[in-house]
Design a protein around this ligand. Structure first.
Ligand SMILES: [Zn+2]
Length: 444
């Protein structure tokens, strides 16, 4: 078992402020000991700046990285953007997807992400015919995460309808299994590994009818696996759900038995009043994706109200319009300030917890996301020496990290005890070159 000692100039250990001079002893993939107030011993590896637990990106569609810089301008809304996304989806195969996802996860690693929740629905060949291995695309994602050095929860998504009561059409045919039972059989072939866990997803109430949602929920329940669903991203989705089923997406999913402490509602931008209580009562998490939600003009979720209803928050970069966990974390508070005309809804420590521990927990890694003995050894060091962060008050270093730092300030990333990024460089991948080549190959 490899043992390593790191000395952190400062570390955020969960409170309002950061601690000085923190020794972190790692054995294998776990933190064995944490001691604060220690002078740097010569034999330890120095981490200058502030060290925090690794970020969990709880909602990713890796392929959508290829849309960056291609769909941000112009008019239209979510539904117009969706057409561009379908065009992209029609171009991928397992090899292209491996290259694109590896580079995308590499970009996440450079930004301090140590665990990714991949909400995966791009399952089959272009006309919906399964590949020889019906999980070829999912396996590409698992391999991509391994090669990029991040942990992965593959949230295999059931996607059966083009809209409520509609057949799949065009690019959507790639997303669909023959039915919920066929989805369950295929998903059961995916196996967890050292750094991989398998969860389930109900794409949305648009794409999965209530009976099928119940089948997916039961599958996840039998395995104690995480279950995610897109919920109330758009007002039109709420209206369609009410018309068809007489209730909001949250109510429909609750009736299908989907809600529990293993459930994560993704977005929750347009929840109805009773939905807050329903999600909170179930002990569910809500994953906000502010940088994508603003890009798609979705709206602003009521984060403080979610928390006061007992809903834990997590964060995801979703379409990867931006991959910057700091920006997603502060957006939760800053967007709510704009919406309400008030400051101080969600404190920096809460935002950091959402970006780390809560995200890991909702992806089925409750043992990760903390700098504490026994936790998975995922560490991210943010340099405080850039022009952005120069002059930061050490006593408020956690505030500075959340409200000022960017992905470019990440110096070191350690995943499960293994160094993945050192001095801002990925140790295995030339991420920019790989992204360039993969995106070019997709649109060629
Ligand atoms: Zn999504």
């Amino acid at each position: 078992m490899t043992a390593r000692s790191y000395w952190c100039e400062r570390a955020w250990l969960g409170g309002e402020t950061a601690a000085d001079g923190v020794m972190v002893e790692i054995e294998g993939d776990r933190i064995a000991a944490v001691e604060r107030g220690v002078a740097a011993p010569p034999e330890a590896i120095r981490l200058d700046g502030i060290t925090i637990p690794g970020f969990a990106n709880a909602h990713s569609h890796a392929f959508q990285r290829a849309l960056r810089g291609r769909t941000q301008s112009g008019r239209g809304n979510f539904w117009v953007w969706r057409e561009a996304m379908y065009e992209l989806a029609s171009r991928l195969d397992p090899d292209l997807y491996l290259a694109l996802a590896r580079a995308t996860y590499g970009e996440m690693a450079l930004a301090g992400t140590t665990c990714v929740g991949e909400f995966h629905y791009l399952h089959h060949g272009p006309d919906g015919t399964p590949y020889a291995d019906p999980n070829a695309m999912g396996r590409s994602l698992i391999q991509a995460a391994r090669e990029a050095g991040v942990r992965l929860t593959l949230l295999d998504a059931c996607y059966l309808h083009g809209g409520i009561g509609e057949e799949l059409a065009g690019a959507q045919r790639r997303f669909g299994d023959a039915g919920a039972e066929a989805w369950a059989e295929r998903a059961a072939e995916l196996a967890s590994g050292d750094r991989t866990r398998i969860g389930a997803a109900i794409h949305s109430v648009r794409a999965v009818d209530p009976a099928s949602a119940a089948t997916v929920a039961a599958w996840a329940g039998e395995r104690g696996a995480p279950l995610h669903a897109h919920v109330s991203e758009q007002p039109a989705e709420n209206e369609a759900s009410r018309r068809a089923y007489g209730g909001t997406p949250t109510a429909v999913l609750a009736d299908a038995g989907a809600l529990s402490e293993r459930f994560t509602a993704v977005h929750g931008t347009h929840l109805a009043q009773p939905d807050f209580r329903t999600l909170g009562g179930a002990g569910a998490t809500c994953c906000l994706c502010p940088t994508t939600e603003r890009d798609l003009a979705d709206g602003i979720a009521e984060a403080a109200r979610l928390r006061s209803a007992g809903v834990e928050l997590a964060l995801g970069s979703d379409s990867h319009a931006v991959i910057d966990p700091f920006e997603d974390a502060r957006a939760v508070e800053l967007d709510e300030r704009l919406a309400t005309g008030e400051r101080g809804h969600t404190a920096a420590a809460e935002l950091l917890r959402a970006a780390t521990e809560n995200g890991d927990a909702c992806l089925g890694w409750p043992e990760a996301g903390r700098i504490a003995p026994g936790a998975v050894a995922d560490l991210v060091t943010v340099g405080l020496d850039s022009p952005r962060l120069a002059g930061t008050d050490p006593a408020n270093a956690a505030d500075a990290v959340v409200f000022v730092a960017t992905a470019a300030d990440v110096h070191d990333v350690i995943v499960g005890g293994e160094p993945v990024v050192r001095d801002g460089e990925h140790l295995k991948l030339d991420v920019a070159a790989e992204l360039d080549a993969a995106v070019e190959a997709v649109w060629r």
